[in-house]
Design a binder for this molecule. Structure first.
Ligand code: PEP
Ligand code: MN
Length: 337
């Protein structure tokens, strides 16, 4: 349920009113202060709440029930875009960011060389997997803790904030110096992991599951947010369909839909959506046109030798070209808006 308050209401009145609601009903009140109005979001069992008596209060403009099961992630609870700032770079709020790097961290030379190259081309964030979710237990599983150390070395060398995937609650302590923790598609509904990540004060990049709906993705964001961490970034990375030409099918419509339903930043991963290097450029441009706040792209200095996802990785030279085009596209869109 959301209660829109009249513009002139003071903070003290809001406080008193919120406390009276919490005393009377088994709900929590989440306040959002905008420039023109204050919105109170009621979380919990709102069935008992008497809408008419709330609407009759003189400080109340309107009261509405929120039908959607996601509340904190819902734009109705937080009309402005959420902007997440890391190392001076904003994700959300109109800028375009690129997160780039290899699928897996493989060595000091590999990660630092790729980091330097993608930074020069305009990427502000470095990605690289240390704990890898592989379909086969016989495939390279990542350098694990050593991979995280190497990523931190690349971060110290280049100043780039790092993004890397977590697969188990047992590893949370190892991620202390990671700037953005990724929850991969396969773990989107690992609810115990989501709840633990909700206790951190760190941005979480939540990838849409291989076969999950938009609403299920928002419900997973809700798990993290309802546990206390509101810094969630949604990521469209392609879903399973009957099409076999591409690794997955990039659901471009998910970008404007997520942005309409939620205030959270939305990013696109064309690498895992396509699985084909020559599709990265058109899909990246499509994502920018659809309103993505950032792209996450796999780049390898020698894709033929990559220990994971080599076939979909682009080279630093190809990345230079794509980055130039997507930043130009973003600029043109800003000019016509
Ligand atoms: C990855 O980012 O390397 C990855 C495994 O992604 P996803 O979870 O989207 O498959
Ligand atoms: Mn990968």
């Amino acid at each position: 349920m959301i209660i829109v308050l009249k513009p002139e209401v003071s903070k003290e009145e809001i406080q008193k009113f919120s406390e009276s609601i919490m005393a009377k009903y088994d709900v929590k009140v989440n306040a959002w202060y905008g420039t023109h109005a204050t919105v109170l979001g009621l979380l919990g069992d709102t069935h008992e709440v008497d809408i008419e008596s709330i609407a009759a209060q003189k400080i109340v403009e309107s009261v509405k029930r929120v039908q959607e099961p996601y509340k904190k992630a819902n734009r109705k609870f937080h009309p402005d875009d959420t902007v997440i700032e890391i190392g001076g770079h904003k994700i959300g709020g109109g800028e375009l960011q690129i997160i780039a790097g290899p699928c897996s961290v493989e060595s000091y030379e590999q990660i630092t060389e790729i980091a330097k190259r993608v930074k020069q081309a305009g990427a502000n964030f470095l990605r690289g997997g240390a704990f890898k979710p592989r379909t086969s237990p016989y495939s390279f599983q990542g350098l694990r803790a050593e991979g995280l150390e190497l990523l931190l070395e690349a971060k110290n060398l280049t100043g780039m904030p790092i993004v890397t995937e977590i697969m188990s609650t047992d590893h949370i302590d190892l991620f202390e110096n990671v700037d953005i923790i990724q929850v991969g598609a396969r773990n989107m509904q690992n609810f115990e992991l989501l709840k633990e990540l909700g206790k951190l004060d760190k941005p979480i990049l939540l990838k849409r599951g291989l076969a999950n709906t938009i609403e299920e993705t928002l419900m997973s964001a809700e798990y993290i947010m309802s546990s206390g961490n509101e810094k969630v970034i949604l990521c469209e990375r392609g879903i399973r369909t009957f099409e076999t030409f591409t690794r997955n099918t990039m659901d471009i419509s998910a970008v404007p839909i997520f942005k309409r339903l939620s205030h959270l930043p939305v990013i696109v991963d064309p690498s895992h959506a396509a699985g084909i290097p020559w599709l990265i450029e058109p899909l990246s441009l499509a994502a920018v046109a659809a309103g993505a706040d950032a792209l996450i792209i796999e780049v390898h200095n020698d894709p033929t030798k990559a220990l994971s996802d080599g076939p979909q990785s682009i080279t630093p030279d190809q990345f230079d070209n794509i980055a130039r085009k997507v930043f130009a596209a973003k600029q043109s869109l800003k000019n016509i808006q």
